[in-house]
Ligand binder design. Structure first.
Ligand code: SF4
Ligand code: FES
Length: 317
């Protein structure tokens, strides 16, 4: 009789063994994470630390579940009753042809995501330029719902009207194919304003051993203008750049101002080069460039300040 009692006790204890191993594991991990010690506990300590560990795991899981971002993501409903109308330039017919595609979006989908979805699943010949997908490279500029914008920075659901978004190539740049435009003229105009530091002593620029010092107050004079990512949206929004291909455009002029205001720059000719009707004086101050800029560069103000500098320079002569 006594022997059978011992056997019953033995079998019951065997049932608890997995639980004990589990508690042992939890307490060891808990100790390692919080006290950086590989401490294997036994007895009461083991149970206390295991319970603490389990409570911590529970607390953390609850915290993750209540995190707004995670909650939003869990609650995100995918919807496929949205569509995009792509006004792509057809290289054969030399015309802009519109085509509508049904797309699958959620509240985080950007217009660029949608275009890539169309390219992957419906029309793999669709030409769209992009690189960083985070508003840094300036490659994905296009006209979205009639306004120049970066496709990767535009939330699809936010801009959709009656669940439809239109995407077209920019107008102030020659079109290559579909949504891709040619930037050669844009970059040429940018280069023409010498967007780099010019020093009287050119040799010293190559051989100088010390940096050119600049006070923060001096840097602040041009800093906002140095955020340009050369996306070309300002030129596309500008009514003058759209009607006069000779006009330097807000991008190049704002970069002329950026270097003109740099205390390290010693250029004499930059202002003279842009002091003309197709340069500074072509600007009619519509202000559309500053509105379109995704980086807050404000080319419109740069152009007016440059006009002031040239007048001041002329008065000094
Ligand atoms: S000024 Fe703004 S809109 Fe114009 S090219 Fe630079 S970043 Fe783009
Ligand atoms: S992909 Fe780089 S700015 Fe949009």
């Amino acid at each position: 009789m006594r022997t059978s009692k011992y056997f019953a006790f033995f079998y019951l204890s065997m049932g608890f063994l997995p639980l004990l191993f589990f508690l042992l594991l939890v307490s060891t991990v808990y100790n390692y994470i919080y006290y950086k010690e590989l401490l294997v506990l036994t007895g009461v300590d083991l149970i206390v630390f295991s319970v603490l560990g389990l409570l911590e795991i529970y607390k953390r899981t609850e915290k993750i579940k209540t995190n707004t971002l995670v909650k939003n993501y869990i609650n995100t409903v995918k919807s496929n009753d949205y569509s995009i109308i792509v006004g792509g330039f057809d290289t054969k017919s030399k015309e802009i042809k519109q085509k509508q595609y049904k797309v699958n979006v959620n509240k985080y989908t950007s217009v660029l995501d949608v275009l890539l979805q169309v390219k992957k699943k419906q029309q793999n010949s669709l030409a769209v330029r992009y690189s960083c997908r985070m508003g840094i490279c300036g490659s994905c500029g296009m006209v979205i719902n009639g306004k120049p914008a970066l496709a990767c920075e535009t939330n699809f659901m936010k801009v959709s009207k009656d669940k439809v978004v239109t995407a077209e190539p920019m107008q102030a740049h020659p079109i290559v194919k579909d949504l891709v435009t040619e930037f050669k003229d844009f970059f040429d105009k940018h280069s023409s304003v010498e967007p780099h530091l010019i020093r009287e002593n050119v040799k010293e620029q190559m051989t100088g051993k010390t940096p050119y010092d600049q006070k923060p107050s001096e840097t602040n004079k041009f800093l906002p203008y140095s955020y340009c990512i050369m996306c070309g949206l300002c030129n596309d929004a500008c009514p003058v750049a759209n009607s006069n291909p000779e006009f330097l455009g807000p991008q190049a002029l704002s970069q002329a101002y950026r270097y003109q205001m740099d205390s390290r720059d010693q250029s004499e000719g930059r202002l003279t080069a842009i002091d003309k009707l197709t340069g500074l004086w072509g600007c009619e101050f519509a202000g559309a460039c500053s509105k379109a800029c995704p980086k807050g560069v404000d080319p419109a103000s740069a152009i007016q300040l440059l006009k002031l500098s040239t007048v001041e320079d002329d008065l000094k002569k």
